[in-house]
Design a protein around this ligand. Structure first.
Ligand code: HEM
Length: 379
């Protein structure tokens, strides 16, 4: 997508046009994207994904996800759920994340060749999110199917067929969490869902179901993509891998550089709620705005040599987790998982190579997501 972003930015950092049959404002400039993200939600809101008529009732369920809420309702719900994602809370998951990472690598390294996406990143992130939510072990495999299909569904390239399929899956998740929450009401444990149930004067049952679904969608595959994109970036830049090997304090900055260079979320959207001027352009109520985070992250006005992967950059103020009121709730957790994965790979592998140079990206507009990534390891 990067040459396309560059040519759009060349015309205008905020360009009015149409892509994939979606008319709207396409924002590729960093300054402009940051300005709109920070805009008080009075002017813009995040558009709800389309749903098919057959599943129209799901629209109401989805509208209870904090991502689609604004102002007071949004703040109230976010503050509550955030209790499960504070740095202190997330730090408690560190031993678990490290244990899972190493036990996965114990098996994979013996095999000498494996798929990073399905055999490493997916089992790691699904186990973590399932543990946080407190869903039974035997259900965790289903999470993967749901998460993967849902990414397709919220993408802007979706067709009617994928739309119907995704509605069906959201319906399934809705039924699933209704049952889980019901059981936890009778027998609470020490997980996030049980803790939220205790706050029932502050959160409705509908909000609780919607939050659980949102956490599966928002918190799962994006992290898989961050981990896989990290492994790919280093495979393609062996000198950076050597640099990292010589200085392990570069693990955290490396993850920031991957977030910038191959941002898992490439695009997010807004709808103007009133006629307003944004970044010097006159927007009309109802206009769609596409914020191309992957493009903003390569804006030469902010990043020197933007198309190069350089882990020793002095500052990496990427927009990959968004900005403002809807700034990613799970950023601390995502960073911790990706850093743990990279640190473990660094410790356990001397070098690795891609099995094939043919990289297959999923055909999504909003996400930078690998179909698979097979590597050969050398110890
Ligand atoms: C919001 C990206 C991981 C939960 C967002 C937004 C972005 C984003 C760009 C803002 C959307 C907007 O303003 O339009 C990412 C990336 C991740 C990641 C790139 C991984 C590398 C996670 C994880 C969780 C999570 C691990 C939780 C377990 C959320 C939630 C929101 C959100 C709940 C909505 C916040 C709100 O509406 O206030 N994420 N995310 N994300 N993310 Fe993440």
């Amino acid at each position: 997508p990067y040459p396309l972003y560059e040519s759009l930015r060349g015309i205008s950092p905020i360009y009015k046009g149409s892509m994939l049959k979606q008319p709207g404002w396409f924002v590729t400039g960093y300054k402009e994207a940051a300005l709109i993200l920070k805009e008080p939600s009075f002017f813009t809101r995040i558009p709800l994904p389309r749903s098919t008529e057959k599943y129209g009732h799901l629209k109401r369920a989805q509208s209870k996800m904090m991502l689609y809420m604004n102002n007071h309702d949004h703040r109230k719900l976010r503050l509550l759920v955030n209790k499960g994602f504070t740095p202190k809370q997330v730090e408690e998951f560190k031993p678990l994340i490290e244990k899972i990472t190493h036990s996965l690598l114990d098996e994979l390294i013996v095999k000498k060749e494996f798929d990073v996406v399905s055999e490493f990143a997916f089992p790691l992130t699904s186990l973590v999110i399932a543990t946080i939510l407190g869903v039974p072990e035997e259900d965790r495999k289903r999470f993967r199917v749901w998460a993967s299909a849902l990414l397709q569904s919220i993408d802007f390239s979706r067709s009617h067929k994928t739309l119907e399929e995704s509605d069906r899956l959201i319906g399934e998740l809705n039924d699933y969490f209704t049952l889980v929450i019901d059981k936890k009401r009778k027998k609470p444990c020490n997980d996030l869902i049980s803790k939220l149930i205790k706050e029932e004067d502050k959160i409705t049952n509908e909000e609780l179901i919607a939050t659980s679904i949102l956490l599966v969608i928002a918190g799962h595959e994006t992290t898989v993509n961050l981990i896989s994109n990290t492994v790919l970036a280093f495979a393609k830049h062996p000198a950076q891998w050597e640099l990292l090997k010589s200085d392990s304090s570069l693990v955290a900055p490396s993850i920031e550089e991957v977030l910038r260079y191959e941002s898992p979320t490439q695009l997010t959207a807004r709808v103007a709620m009133k006629d307003t001027e944004i970044a010097g352009h006159q927007l009309t109520s109802g206009d769609q705005i596409y914020l191309m985070l992957g493009a903003a992250n390569r804006d030469p006005e902010v990043f020197e040599k933007p198309n190069e992967f350089i882990i020793s950059r002095k500052s990496i103020p990427h927009l990959s987790f968004g900005m403002g009121a809807h700034f990613c709730l799970g950023s601390t957790l995502a960073r911790l998982e990706a850093q743990a994965a990279l640190a473990a790979l660094l410790q356990r592998l001397n070098t690795y190579e891609l099995v094939s140079n043919q990289i297959k990206w999923r055909k999504l507009m909003g996400f930078r997501s690998l179909e698979q990534l097979r590597i050969k390891t050398f110890n």
